[in-house]
Ligand binder design. Structure first.
Ligand code: SF4
Ligand code: SF4
Ligand code: FES
Length: 228
């Protein structure tokens, strides 16, 4: 089908700027429905042709950066990986503070990454030089699978036990970060104790933290952190 012949569909997009007195609303836009059009391509069409004030994030356009995560028809998903359907409703990821339209504030979680030192210990040489006494890095398969995390936060938004960045329960995203380090031979912190401090025992084992990058969060992150 040629681009000129593409039919159009309606997409409804959440609009709100919290710093103004206006109320949130769903704006309807008519966008071309090309074969294999995605929600991200529709947002880009709106921005380029209909309304340049629409705020949303994206980076790679192909499942690599995690920046385009939004709620699509009630489910947290990657906009670049979700095909456009008629009457799709797009909202920001829930439970995060809103900056504008589809753009959420992620800083609260980054502060937790720092507070819990969810990074490798100091002294790791990032230049590629391997110290003589460096532990041999035989990557366990669990670690390799967990490193597919693209920080999209879809799992976090979908978790019924997580109540927001300031809540004490860490949520699946932070458990994935902890488990990455648990499986890393260079780790020198008690990651299971940190998981307990972040309330991992309150996980409901519901499996709603599904990951668009295929990480099995319950099996590869939560169960190992619980010591199972
Ligand atoms: S584990 Fe998956 S869903 Fe969660 S932040 Fe990482 S990529 Fe996103
Ligand atoms: S399994 Fe646990 S972490 Fe995952 S969504 Fe359910 S309560 Fe949240
Ligand atoms: S734009 Fe990068 S994951 Fe969607």
């Amino acid at each position: 089908m040629s681009r000129a012949a593409a039919r159009s569909v309606t997409i409804k997009v959440y609009r709100h700027h919290p710093s103004t007195a206006t109320r949130p609303y769903l704006a309807a836009y008519h966008v071309p429905a090309y074969p294999r059009a995605t929600v991200l391509s529709a947002l880009l069409y709106i921005y380029e042709h209909l309304d340049p004030t629409l705020a949303f994030r994206y980076g790679c356009r192909f499942q690599k950066c995690g920046q385009c995560a939004v709620e699509i028809d009630g489910r947290p998903r990657l906009a670049c990986l979700t095909y456009l359907k008629p009457d799709t409703i797009v909202r920001p990821l829930p439970k995060f503070p809103l900056l504008q339209d589809l753009v959420i504030e992620r800083r609260g979680l980054w502060e937790k990454l720092l507070a819990y030192e969810l990074y490798l210990p100091g002294g790791v040489d990032l230049t590629g030089t391997i110290a003589p006494d460096a532990p041999s890095l035989r990557e366990p398969p669990e670690h390799a699978r967990l490193m597919a995390c693209r920080e999209c936060l879809c799992c976090q938004a979908a978790c019924p036990a997580w109540e927001g960045p300031q809540a004490p329960f860490g949520g699946p995203y932070l458990f994935v970060k902890l488990a990455q380090l648990l499986w890393d031979p260079r780790n020198d912190r008690d990651r299971r104790a940190q998981a307990r401090a972040l309330g991992i025992e309150r996980c409901r084992s519901c499996g709603k933290c599904s990951c668009p990058n295929g990480i099995h969060i319950w099996r590869d992150a939560i169960m190992p952190l619980l010591g199972s």
